[in-house]
Design a protein around this ligand. Structure first.
Ligand SMILES: [Cu+2]
Length: 206
């Protein structure tokens, strides 16, 4: 897969442009009807109640747009749900009130942080990362706005998903499901590193 950000940016842009297109068509149709068919003295209202050809045309167009959006959304979503790829880096994420625990299974590495101390974990750029996400108390949501990605963290349930990070740098993550008093302080950071820096980071955190 391409990185998560570009996958979801494409879907986002598709929705945006279809939304803009539909809005323009609606405004033109309303404007045209207002001007062309406005009330004038001596003009009787139209008796036309239905027009099958136009109605079928509009219904077909709407169906086609819905089908396209549903297909593209599920297609992109499926790439991220396609978990446990060979060579993937595994990270277990546990959300709690109000913080995060990131564990690298089999590596002996764990990063924990809460409202007072924001946790930062690291991933290598350009490699699939298999996340296993859960919660210890209430429903939270794992959100990385820069990656256009969000997933619920649900107690008693593990959500598996894959991500792939492109550009090196730091991504800001946060909880996006209201989860109590200090919800707004429930943040985390992701360092997107080169493979060598990532290995060094891992070794330094054992
Ligand atoms: Cu939360």
């Amino acid at each position: 897969m391409a990185d998560t950000r570009s996958d979801f940016s494409e879907v986002w842009s598709l929705y945006l442009w279809i939304g803009v297109g539909v809005a323009v068509l609606v405004f033109i149709a309303v404007g045209f009807a207002l001007v062309r068919y406005r009330a004038r003295p001596g003009r009787a209202p139209s008796r036309l109640a239905e027009h099958n050809a136009i109605e079928v045309g509009v219904a077909t167009l709407i169906l086609a747009i819905v089908a396209l959006l549903v297909f593209r959304t599920f297609h992109t979503e499926a790439k991220e749900d396609d978990s446990a790829r060979a060579g993937a880096v595994k990270i277990d994420v546990d959300a709690f009130q109000w913080g995060w625990k990131f564990t690298y299974p089999g590596q002996g590495v764990k990063v924990v942080g809460d409202s007072n101390h924001e946790p930062n974990f690291a991933v290598p750029a350009g490699r699939p990362i298999s996340f296993a996400l859960t919660s210890s108390d209430v429903i939270h949501a794992f959100w990385i706005p820069g990656q256009r990605f969000k997933k619920d963290a649900i107690p008693g349930r593990v959500n598996h998903f894959d991500m792939e990070f492109g550009a090196h740098g730091r991504e800001q993550g946060l909880c996006s499901e209201f989860c109590g008093l200090r919800h707004s302080t429930m943040r985390f950071g992701v360092w997107v590193l080169s493979n060598e820096s990532y290995e060094r980071w891992l070794a330094a955190h054992k």
